[in-house]
Design a protein around this ligand. Sequence first.
Ligand SMILES: *Cc1c(COP(=O)(O)O)cnc(C)c1O
Length: 480
Amino acid sequence: MQKNKVVGVTSIGQEGAEQYRTLMKQAVDVAADWLTVDKMFDGMPIQTLRDQLNHIEMIPAKGVGDRRALQEANEYFLQHALQVHHPLCSAHLHCPTTLASQLAEVLINVANQSMDSWDQSPSATLFEEHIITQLRQHIGYAAGDAGIFTSGGTQSNFMGLLLAREYCLKHYPTYQKHDLVVLCSEQAHFSVQQSMLLLGFDDSAVVTIACDHGGRIVVDALAATLRDLALQGKKAFAIVATAGTTDTGAIDDLSAIASLAKQFEVWLHIDAAWGGILLFSQRYRDRLQGIELADSIALDFHKQFLQTISCGAFVLKDAANYELIRRHDDYLNPIEDELEGVPNLVSKSIQTTRRFDALKLWMSFRSIGAEQYANMVDYSIDLAQQVAAYIDQSDKFELVNSTQIASVLFRIKKHALGDKDSTQVHRFIAQLLFDEGRANLGITRREGETTLKLTLLNPHTQFEHVKALLATIERLLTRC
Ligand SMILES: *Cc1c(COP(=O)(O)O)cnc(C)c1O
């Protein structure tokens, strides 16, 4: 570290390289030791953690130095953190990470490039463009580089709806803003609603379409709603289809929805934040059939692509539509740059300063390769199916969803509950497993009833882990 002699602040630079090496090795030791801990979570109560933290003077008059700060972060944060790579840490779409992703983080952080303009991220800019180009190929889009890395599905969905609205206002000028609505399924991610709020619409502008038992949008109902809207003089400016709903992993019928979108001249945005991983599946790629017909797509890499948070992408079919939101600033992305072929990615993003998260995906693909990625995806879907079949024939549990990707929803059967309250029992068991650091189970509601959820995206999770968990749940049932 370079010590500024005047103010005593350490920042890295040429002279600090050795200090950087030494300290980073220490940090890696701390991190690697933590990885060997068996328990998913040490179960420290909220109040104890809060008291510990309150006890430390966060902004001391005199700093404690890097070594001590590292020690303290280990003691007060890392030792009580959730081990997301634990085979039964399966409540959410929260993934263990590839080693390549962790390696990339070191380079991303040391270089600290910012992806907004070429002069803040030379070379990195080209990597990002290159990955977008490759992703477009996998989607089945025309060649090009229209798309951008984002903080995740939420931001990508927002970008899709922003562009869709601008497109509609430009191409269908007879409609006023209050005539516009968005159509999505009742299982669509809440960021659709949130984006609409940000775009200045109220909740009534989000028309939700019913889903079938599997959580997929009922296409006939969508068609009927589109016809009704036309009669009312309203205009849907976007249909949001979901490829892998967050809660059940349901994949809408993308091709059928795409033909409706075409017929009614509506922008189709596909939220593939969860299901986008199937682009890289060997055996289940056809479940995304029709994705190439979308006008825009949201992808998330900090889910089953196993990248460190955050890492997502927004992909736009027709580059010309970027014109709808392009803005220039003399100091950042001047028109002259564009004319000279200097890429300033800020023109494609709603974020200005932005991390070089694309490197993680680049290194993971390079390191792991397409075959292993495909094996991993297919393995998780097979595992989910195996678990679902096992639950389905058990006399204590009932299966709640049909699995299209790696989500399995189930609950304890009525007769096994006896006269106990279902919600209380399910919550009690999930809480106990969490506090004891044994598993993180999702809790949700399906058709009005409390339901447990396993999201099996960890390639190290085995059928035996899940069987043991179910046996534990049966045992705990007697303690309720
Ligand atoms: C996770 C998820 C999102 C939100 O993505 P973030 O990365 O958390 O912003 C949106 N849509 C779906 C279907 C998701 O599963």
